[in-house]
Design a protein around this ligand. Structure first.
Ligand code: BGC
Length: 389
């Protein structure tokens, strides 16, 4: 409720600043619509009587801050969201912080000083944003967490994301089914990685996967020769790779292969996303693993171009695809609803250790070599030429 009250206050401030009565254009005709609410929960709408009158989009600056250009997906997210909001007539400012939390703080300060009425934040280290989010709240700015939840703050009004635990569950289930862990005797040599220690999503991904895989480690069907696999999902930071860094994942995998896999071959690797999977695959290549002979199963997430090519080449088994076009469209809708004073539609809720944040949650999908064409090419996410098909 704190979030809703905050949002209502912020919307009031926005309407007062915007001062116009024009309806924003809602023509997103060439873009995908967010999917209907799923089984994550019932669709909830803010009571209409809390909604203030519409603000004029042309007078409304929306600040968008993304973590880094170096990770492919954020380029797509930022560009799509900006394109949609520009098309609706909003003023936008899009910034990337190259994974430096202090840079992101300055960018948010600049956006607040420039009069932003709504901030869409994909955070690097959300806890470091607490003071600047308080400033935003004091100025009556609406704050939307994009993909990554803003933790430990009362100053976040909405969250839009994909089902994060669901991503991990898909990775774990993929390994369990492909390796037939239910009936396998083992030991099947297995290694696990987690994402950045400062990203709330990373713990959710790992937890979703560990719920599926941990019983097989306990029963001895899976064997983690490095001994690094955490005893519980709560200890996921033991295998975290800070800043989701490809080179750090490669180093860590090389260390494990050199130290613990001189006699046995690793047969499966849980990688939480594609940037890590890329480094892990490079380490496997250097260690002499060969596709079609002894290359292990390797998971991923995002559907980055290099990883999809690796999937086609047999160097990565799957990726969990989160269509950035859908997330951007969902957030553009949310911005438009909040700015125009109509009820905000959400279908889930995430707790940020202080409050339940009303959330728009979308469904991810598994992509394997068999479904690259139907899911990624037929939907125009990639052209066949880009992927060398
Ligand atoms: C996102 C992933 C992404 C990772 C690294 C996470 O917060 O949910 O899609 O792979 O950050 O950028």
């Amino acid at each position: 409720m704190a979030a809703l009250a905050g949002a209502a206050l912020a919307m009031g401030a926005l309407a007062a600043c915007g001062g116009g009565g024009d309806e924003p254009a809602d023509d997103t005709s060439t873009t995908e619509e967010a999917p209907p609410a799923d089984d994550a929960g019932d669709v909830e709408e803010e009571p209409a009587d809390e909604a203030p009158p519409a603000a004029n989009p042309a007078d409304t600056l929306v600040g968008i801050t993304m973590p880094a250009r170096s990770l492919e997906r954020w380029n797509r997210d930022g560009a799509k969201l900006q394109e949609l909001l520009d098309g609706m007539g909003y003023q936008t400012d899009l910034q990337y912080a190259e994974n430096e939390p202090e840079t992101q703080v300055s960018q948010l300060e600049n956006q607040i000083n420039a009069g932003a009425k709504i901030l869409v934040v994909a955070s690097i280290d959300s806890e470091s944003l607490a003071p600047v989010l308080q400033t935003a709240r004091d100025e009556g700015v609406i704050i939307i967490a994009y993909d990554r939840l803003l933790m430990n703050t009362p100053n976040v009004d909405y969250y839009a994301t994909f089902d994060n635990a669901g991503v991990g569950a898909m990775q774990g289930e993929y390994l369990a089914e492909t390796l037939e862990l239910e009936t396998a005797e083992g030991p099947i040599y297995f290694e696990a990685f987690a994402g950045s220690d400062d990203d709330n999503n990373a713990g959710l991904f790992f937890g979703g996967a560990w719920d599926v895989l941990q019983p097989y480690l306990e029963s001895g069907v899976l064997e983690c020769a490095s001994g690094k696999c955490p005893a519980s999902k709560e200890q996921w930071t033991d295998v975290a790779i800070h800043a989701w860094d490809t080179a750090a994942a490669q180093d860590e995998m090389e260390t494990r292969l050199n130290s613990f896999y001189t006699d046995n071959k690793v047969q499966a690797v849980l990688s939480p996303n594609d940037s890590l999977a890329l480094g892990i695959a490079q380490a496997l290549d250097s260690a002499g693993y060969v596709v079609g002979e002894d290359y292990p199963l390797l998971t991923g997430q995002d559907g980055d171009e290099a990883n999809v090519k690796n999937i086609i080449a047999g160097k990565q088994s799957m990726t969990v695809f989160k269509d950035t076009r859908l997330l951007a469209a969902a957030v553009a809708d949310l911005v438009n609803q909040l700015a125009s004073g109509t009820a905000a539609t959400t279908n889930a809720s995430y707790n940020n250790d202080i409050q339940d944040v009303p959330t728009v949650q979308l469904d991810p999908v598994v992509v394997t070599a068999d479904s690259v064409q139907t899911i990624l090419v037929d939907s125009d996410f990639y052209t066949a030429e880009q992927l060398g098909l």
